[in-house]
Write a protein that binds this ligand. Structure first.
Ligand code: GLU
Length: 481
């Protein structure tokens, strides 16, 4: 048997990290079995059928490592409406389904007082209603017995057939509902294993009944754990950061992201979590996935990403930063400087220092903006400025500027010893002495190592920022001598 799996997202406008996790698990499973991965867009809800959303799914898959052209599809569920309706008709003809004209209110009125039983009561089962304008088609579920689902993650979830209502498979207009369309497509596409989120487990006994009623052997299922936040709530689009695109645009590396996503409910052998993708492809087993909810820990992901960033060569890091520095991210330019203000050589000179200090690539922008922004557009963090210049520490700026002016060389070591001795003359340790210089020149209190930064920025720009800071300091500080 050739393994065929599918990833079947409904377009929602974002690519949910939980979906990315399921897609990767399907992908790995297919690769391990020499099987085929199929992409099917479940777009029967016309309001969700937007071409840009579909492109978003394809490009998100691409980013995470499931490349366009290496899988089958995309197929579009909406293209198979006739096959779905035909399957409904087949079930009706075979006596496995019947027409029903009950409204929800009818069903509610018939329920015995105080009854907790919800769902359809089978009222139309034997009424032999013909198809009408207001008739839905219901599947006749068995009254007895059990439906046993073979699930690689959960063992054998077993459902008592008596608890499964006669569910609707086609609406009054003849269109099939999701449950049926999904099964018909899986059958047509020869799907052997359905790997999907736990949320769908309640649908599974019904879908398995449909597979059998349509004359096919059901697939093997794997319901992978729901992804939750730190409060153990299911990740929600409204409350949590769930869009893969948001992580991409923040500067997570796809390799870090996919490694992390595969750890939701699973771990490689040994005491390690950061592992090459090949190890995951070799070791991952659905049978080893923990069925309990998986915590999506953004802090851990961030730490992971930092490690992945540090593992890049400097050249790779420079290249990975390009969208934030010179290009576009999510269709917009993020760098606050103009393209002509950017100097690749200056960035290359500090790249190694930046690489050890960022957890996500977008952080690089604030680390290096002082190199590219012209003086009049470099904003100064007011709180940092107040703190660094208080108690007369700002007086040192003029001394530093004078000492810098006298230097015959302009390198990090010389700059450091200069500030050190200027500070010492005023009884200030290096840390205190460099603080006002840092804010004056970079606008911030934290950043790259200061003296390397000044060396790259150059004498002229450093001095002009120091002069502006001295003026600013004097204007704000009453003269006492
Ligand atoms: N379209 C469904 C969803 O996005 C997937 C159903 C399935 O995987 O069977 O949740």
């Amino acid at each position: 048997m050739t393994v065929r799996v599918r990833f079947a997202p409904s377009p929602t406008g974002i690519f949910h990290v939980g979906g990315a996790r399921s897609a990767l698990q399907n992908w790995v499973f297919a690769r391990q079995h020499g099987g085929q991965f199929v992409l099917r867009i479940e777009d029967t809800d016309a309001s969700r059928n937007r071409p840009e959303w579909v492109e978003g799914i394809i490009s998100a898959l691409d980013w995470i490592g499931i490349k366009r052209g290496t899988y089958e599809g995309p197929y579009f569920q909406s293209a198979y409406a006739e096959a779905h309706a035909a399957a409904a008709e087949q079930l009706y003809q075979a006596g496995r389904a019947y027409y029903c004209d009950c409204t929800r209110e009818d069903v509610a009125l018939r329920a015995p007082a105080g009854s907790q039983v919800r769902g359809y009561d089978g009222y139309c089962r034997d009424r032999n209603l013909p198809k009408g304008e207001k008739t839905a088609l219901r599947f006749r579920t068995p009254d007895e017995g059990e439906t046993v689902v073979v699930d690689l993650v959960r063992g054998r979830p077993t459902f008592d057939n008596a608890t499964i209502e006669d569910f609707v498979i086609a609406r009054a207009d003849g269109s099939a509902v999701f449950l049926l369309a999904n099964v018909v497509d899986d059958i047509a596409m020869g799907i052997t294993h359905v790997i999907r989120a736990e949320e769908h487990l309640p649908n599974t006994p019904k879908q398995q009944m449909l597979w059998e009623a349509l004359g096919h052997t059901p697939p093997v299922w794997a319901h992978v754990p729901v992804v939750v936040n730190e409060k153990r709530q299911k990740l929600s689009k409204r409350r949590d950061k769930v869009a893969l695109e948001a992580y991409r645009d923040e500067g997570y590396l796809p390799a870090a992201m996919r490694n992390y996503l595969m750890l939701l409910g699973w771990a490689p052998r040994g005491d390690r979590e950061i592992v090459p993708w090949e190890v995951i492809e070799t070791e991952f087993r659905l049978e080893d996935v923990n069925p309990s909810p998986a915590f999506f820990d953004e802090k851990k992901l961030r730490a992971f990403n930092g490690e992945y960033i540090r593992a890049l060569s400097t050249e790779e890091f420079i290249e990975a930063c390009a969208p934030w520095l010179t290009g576009e991210v999510g269709g917009v330019r993020v760098a606050p400087w103009q393209p002509e203000e950017y100097d690749p050589a200056a960035f290359a000179a500090v790249a190694e220092l930046a690489q050890t200090r960022v957890s996500v690539l977008s952080e690089v922008v604030n680390l290096v903006d002082f190199l590219f922004l012209p003086d009049d557009r470099l904003s100064i963090d007011e709180a940092a400025w107040e703190k660094a210049t208080k108690d007369g520490a700002g007086d040192l700026l003029a001394d530093v500027a004078d000492a810098f002016a006298a230097l015959s060389t302009w390198d990090a070591e010389t700059l450091k010893s200069t500030v050190e001795s200027v500070g010492a003359a005023r009884g200030l340790k290096l840390g205190k002495a460099q603080a006002p210089v840092r804010v004056a020149v970079t606008g911030r209190s934290v950043g790259l190592p200061l003296f390397e930064s000044l060396a790259v920025l150059g004498r002229e720009r450093t001095q002009s920022r120091l002069r502006a800071a001295i003026d600013r300091y004097r204007a704000a500080t009453p003269v006492t001598h």
